[in-house]
Design a protein around this ligand. Structure first.
Ligand SMILES: NC(=O)c1ccc[n+]([C@@H]2O[C@H](COP(=O)([O-])OP(=O)(O)OC[C@H]3O[C@@H](n4cnc5c(N)ncnc54)[C@H](O)[C@@H]3O)[C@@H](O)[C@H]2O)c1
Ligand SMILES: [Zn+2]
Length: 374
């Protein structure tokens, strides 16, 4: 099997390369080496495996992209701009890379002769907006975003949209309506819809994976626009305090990158993945404060995170995965516990001392200037 991985030089992509090489796949990586992720580099990052074909090019370059599909059996489409906040003021760039880039790829599959038998897309939990909740009186409810006036009162938790009682977060499954609250999330939802539609229409076996918060080594520590573990780690390495929004008790589902690789592998190989969408997480909720405190304790114990009580309008409070669909259909299970995974990450982060620039003040200022941080 020859697999083309778009965005394969990035964090998830490079781990996927290693994972699939170990299963004897041949790999072609197609990646523009976006400077925000890779710095000003013409050559692939050192961590990227050498026994692959590497093509440095833009997903929007249709001719080159088309040539790169020669003799490819499967595509894993990861190439994306990935900053949620940044997507709200670089709308043109995000739509161009994420939507038009995906459109070009699908256009080739439909209109040019090719050997593609499988297509897997990295979608995102961000497409859900708020996660699912339960109310004592009304059972499962899907509250909308908290209003700015509620947030200004420091009332962080969600209320039942029917009876007004406090609602409790529960795991979110794939049937939850996708209520996108950023351009990035809308892009991912649109990618998903386009890929599933074209897949079904033309009989291309397609799978979309809604990844939750992926963490692990190689996540770009100098990219301040994405990845809370990477952002906190970079601040700690540079002697700065991690800044926690709200009260820090908001919960996410942190899934280790190797478990994510396994989900991609199952999507490539299992018949039941055909034309399906799956959550990929652990099913366990971890608070942002817990992440910040654990990282601080082991990376730079002199430093305490700041609980800022500031907020970003549009941020969700809680979202963690219900993974029963992927477990029962594909036999997926998250093998790496949070404790194991975070300590592995910490060991890697410590080795990056001196290499990781903390640019999060710039990202913070940009958000503030645009009124996206209150
Ligand atoms: N990391 C997460 O927590 C997470 C969660 C949900 C979904 N995802 C999705 O997973 C995929 C991979 O994310 P990641 O965390 O590895 O990010 P990353 O930024 O490390 O990797 C993305 C790669 O895409 C490349 N790229 C960007 N624009 C490109 C273009 N125009 N042409 C070709 N290549 C381009 C970048 O150079 C980079 O190597 C993305 O589609 C992202 O939306 C990630
Ligand atoms: Zn209720």
């Amino acid at each position: 099997m020859r697999v083309l991985i778009t965005g394969g030089a990035g964090f998830i992509g490079s781990h996927l390369v290693d994972f699939l090489l170990a299963k004897n796949y041949e790999i072609v990586v197609y990646d523009v080496l976006e400077p925000q992720v890779h710095g000003m580099n013409d050559r692939p990052p050192n961590y990227l495996a050498k026994n692959i074909t590497f093509l440095k090019n833009d997903i929007r370059n249709k001719d080159i992209l088309s040539e790169s599909l020669k003799d490819i059996d499967a595509i894993i489409h990861l190439a994306s701009m990935v900053g949620v906040g940044q997507s709200m003021y670089q709308i043109d760039k995000y739509v161009d890379v994420n939507i038009l880039g995906t459109a070009r790829l699908l256009d080739i599959l439909v209109n040019k002769p090719n050997t593609i038998k499988k297509f897997v897309l990295a979608s995102s939990m961000s497409t859900y907006g708020e996660g699912s909740y339960i109310c004592e009186n009304c059972e499962q409810v899907n509250p909308e975003l908290r209003s700015v006036t509620q947030l200004e009162r420091g009332e962080w938790e969600l209320f039942c949209p029917i009876c007004g009682k406090k609602a409790k977060p529960i795991p979110t499954n794939e049937s939850k309506p996708q209520v996108c609250t950023s351009i990035y999330a809308l892009n991912k939802k649109e990618q998903e819809k386009m890929c599933m539609l074209i897949g079904e229409t033309y009989g291309i076996n397609t799978t979309a994976l809604r990844l939750f918060n992926v963490y692990g080594s190689r996540q770009a520590l100098s990219n301040p626009y994405t990845g809370v573990c990477a952002i906190f780690s970079s601040r700690l390495l540079n002697g700065n305090r991690p800044i926690i929004y709200e009260d820090g008790n908001q919960m996410r589902d942190f899934v280790h990158v190797r478990d994510v690789c396994k989900a991609f592998y199952l999507s490539l190989t299992k018949r039941r993945a055909k034309n399906q969408i799956f959550n990929v997480g652990t099913g366990e909720a971890v608070s942002i404060k817990q992440i910040a405190e654990t990282l601080a304790r082991y990376i730079n114990p002199e430093i305490k995170p700041i609980v800022s009580n500031k907020f970003r309008p549009g941020d969700i409070r809680h979202c963690f995965a219900d993974i029963s669909k992927i477990s029962s259909e594909l036999g997926y299970k998250a093998d790496i516990t949070f404790k194991e995974g975070i300590h592995e990450l910490i060991e890697w982060v410590k080795l990056q001392q001196g290499k990781a620039k903390d640019k999060s003040d710039k990202a913070y200022t940009e958000l503030k200037e645009k009124g996206l941080l209150k």
